[in-house]
Write a protein that binds this ligand. Structure first.
Ligand code: MN
Length: 725
């Protein structure tokens, strides 16, 4: 059947649905007999599974998937794709599960069918153009195997062919979705024939009246056009003959939907558009395309600015051709495409040509040609195999993004790896700052959950909730990261102010004074001396360790004391909740009940060490940098501590020790093996404990194990600089 004419409605009458016999004959032209048999089995299996189900048209259901498979057979796709097309509605509409498909027809078929089923579950709701674009990308991003999309497109194509059986309202919605989503996807994948058919059927169903009027007008115009183009084509054939170039010259007909869109876009009349004529010239090799171009330009003058070289720079979907527009007789523009046979194959079936290549049963010449254009494409894409080429197409098609739905059905685009928190910040900074939990596909999910394409996400916020500094470690979007950082900077500042005033009070207490007793005038003078604008700035600097509390305190006293008072100031209480400005040294891992002392680190607040930590030796050299601290009473949180366990070197001993630690209701943060020889292994555990009592209990438990030789709390001899993390 003349495909183009049937699209244009030039061949009257409905198309006969291709049946199983047609499909088997079709695949037999390019697949080996055992694969054809496999396809027949799949059809039998599908028919049994769908038994009793009917299409709206009244046909048995299996007629639909078989027809869809036939569309893919026209593209000469591999057997897995054909089988998957036959079974594409089986998971959705029958009790058959993915596992059974995998067992009977292999994992590839099961994956494709599963992918199609998942695509069917997301629905296009919004009509805006931006949404349509996002939706298309989401569909593409959701599939791991492009064959899923090919099956989906075939499914849609057959549904469009039989759309008359549907109620008019439904018909229009489906047609719109076809025009806005599926036809552009087919185009993007280079499936030119499918794209044309989807557009034509979609246009007809969405705007039946306009379609009829346009079709009639076009048919009237065709007569003259054919004659005119025939003359030009003959002229070119003669010129090619003289130049010794072997070329096929075809006339190209404009398609209804593209004419309609052009009329809308350019607000022009049908006459303006229909007066553009098209020719296609197909030659044998790449350099012949350029020679043919020269011949064409010598016969008719080219229009300036209209030449495009898609051979040197192909379109993203792999399309290659030279485009030029000629001044025809009476100045009528003639659009000309020049390409090789291989490029023509790609132009018609695009990405599907890849599986054609895989299909095996091709003539040697044909296989060589396909291999060549594939490798040509690969070359253009840089080095690599055809698989890598596909991968690069995928990267382009599936940018590094995930697409998820808001509860209202809007689509949000996030970077790949985005978590619930990224989503919350993408909705609104305020939502991000106050989020406490989330529902992903209506199920509660942790905030660090990585989102997948097509999920619906709902954020639960709470008044007074705050961002957690730990979020910075897992968010991936710039927006979330900078919002959290900004919030933390603010928080850090207020924490620094609070800590600074406590440090000053502590230093003043040594002189039996306090900030309250400092007169405004004295404060003002001290601020002026240091070039600071207010108290908060002073407290912040002290809190951050940029100014030393004892020195400032002295300046704030009514009169300078004659002598340095003896002993240390009263200790500062720490609770472990200060977070940003009070941290716990990772050389000695202090925990509540440990005697402690703190190091004042310029710009970073204070670091708490155990008094017996080797790094505290630094105290003798810089006493002004150290300050006394004590634990607050009743601390609720857990602290990280570290123990060293010497064990007999034996299989499974690490697991045994870890298991025994767990029996004391202790979480293990980290394990490492420090030393190992034939007899002894040293294990280092970082554990979370409440206090010394908890740790002591844990150490007792471990010590009782038969293969354990020694258990110690560790004090590493790190350098002081290193300890201050
Ligand atoms: Mn279907």
């Amino acid at each position: 059947m003349d495909y183009a004419s049937s699209l244009l409605g030039l061949l009257p009458g409905a198309r006969r649905t291709p049946g199983l016999r047609d499909l088997l004959a079709n695949v037999a032209t390019y697949l080996p007999p055992d694969q054809v048999e496999r396809i027949r089995e799949a059809a039998e299996f599908g028919a049994t599974a769908h038994k009793g189900q009917k299409r709206l048209s009244g046909e048995p259901y299996i007629a639909h998937p078989v027809a869809a498979a036939d569309i893919l057979a026209d593209l000469r796709l591999d057997a897995d794709t054909i089988v998957a097309a036959i079974l594409h509605d089986v998971i959705e509409d029958t009790p058959i599960a993915k596992g059974e498909l995998a067992e009977r027809f292999g994992p590839a078929v099961a994956e494709i069918v599963d992918g199609v089923t998942k695509l069917d579950q997301i629905k296009f709701k919004n009509r805006e153009e931006a949404q349509a674009e996002s939706f298309r990308k989401m569909l593409l991003a959701m599939v791991r195997d492009l064959r899923v999309i090919l099956v989906k497109l075939a499914d849609r194509t057959h549904n469009m062919r039989t759309i008359d059986a549907m109620a008019p309202v439904r018909r229009r919605a489906i047609a719109r979705e076809t025009l806005e989503i599926y036809a552009p996807i087919a185009e993007r994948l280079g499936l030119y024939k499918l794209k044309l058919e989807l557009e034509d059927l979609g246009f007809q169903a969405a705007h039946p009246q306009r379609y009829r009027v346009l079709e009639r007008a076009l048919r009237r115009a065709r007569g003259n056009q054919k004659e005119f183009l025939g003359k030009i084509a003959a002229q070119l054939r003669t010129a090619f003959g003289k130049a010794g170039i072997e070329a096929t010259v075809e006339t190209r007909e404009k398609h209804l939907y593209s004419i309609y869109r052009k009329m809308q876009r350019k607000r022009s009349t049908l006459a303006d558009i229909i007066d553009v004529y098209g020719l296609r010239i197909i030659v044998g090799s790449v350099d012949t395309t350029y020679r043919a171009l020269g011949v064409v330009h010598s016969v008719h003058k080219p229009m300036p600015g209209r030449f495009k070289d898609y051979i040197a720079i192909p379109r993203v979907n792999g399309y290659q051709s030279l485009h030029t527009t000629l001044f025809g007789p009476n100045g009528v523009p003639i659009e000309v495409q020049i390409r090789t046979t291989d490029m023509h194959v790609v132009a018609e079936s695009g990405i599907a040509a890849h599986w054609k290549y895989k299909a095996g049963d091709m003539s040697v010449a044909e296989r060589e040609r396909t291999r060549q254009w594939l490798s040509n494409l690969v070359e253009l894409q840089g080095e690599g195999s055809s698989e890598e080429f596909l991968e690069s197409v995928k990267v382009d098609l599936f940018p590094d993004k995930v697409y998820v739905f808001t509860p209202k059905g809007e689509i949000l685009r996030l970077p790949r790896g985005a978590t619930v928190v990224d989503y919350a910040y993408a909705v609104h900074t305020g939502v991000g700052n106050r989020c406490v939990a989330a529902k992903v596909d209506r199920r509660l999910a942790p905030l660090r959950t990585v989102l997948r394409n097509g999920q619906t996400v709902e954020i639960i916020t709470a008044k007074g909730a705050m961002p957690n500094p730990a979020w910075v470690n897992f968010v991936v979007s710039a927006k979330a990261r900078s919002a959290i950082r900004q919030y933390l900077r603010g928080l850090r500042r207020s924490e620094a102010i609070e800590l600074g005033s406590r440090l000053l009070n502590q230093a003043l207490a040594e002189f039996k004074s306090s900030l309250e007793e400092v007169s405004p005038a004295t404060m003002q003078a001290a601020l002026g001396e240091h070039g600071m604008k207010d108290r908060d700035e002073l407290y912040e600097k002290v809190g951050l360790g940029e100014q030393l509390a004892p020195l400032i305190a002295r300046r704030l006293l009514p009169s300078m004391p004659e002598e340095t008072p003896s002993g240390m100031p009263p200790p500062l209480a720490v609770a472990g909740t200060e977070g940003l400005l009070v941290t716990y040294a990772r050389c000695c891992f202090p925990i509540p009940n440990d005697p402690i002392i703190a190091y004042l680190s310029a710009g970073r607040g204070i670091v708490v060490h155990r008094e017996d930590c080797v790094n505290v030796e630094d105290y003798r050299k810089h006493p002004e940098k150290w300050l006394p601290v004590v634990w607050e009473a009743n601390i609720e949180r857990q602290f990280v501590s570290q123990i060293r366990v010497d064990v007999v070197n034996k299989l499974g001993v690490l697991a045994a020790v870890a298991a025994s630690i767990s029996t004391t209701e202790t979480n293990i943060d980290h394990v490492s093996i420090e030393e190992r020889d034939s007899e002894l292994t040293v294990l280092m555990f970082e554990v979370r404990v409440r206090d010394r009592k908890h740790l002591a209990g844990l150490m007792r438990t471990v010590r009782r194990m038969p293969d354990v030789l020694r258990v110690n709390r560790t004090i590493a001899a790190h350098s002081p600089g290193k300890a201050r993390s």
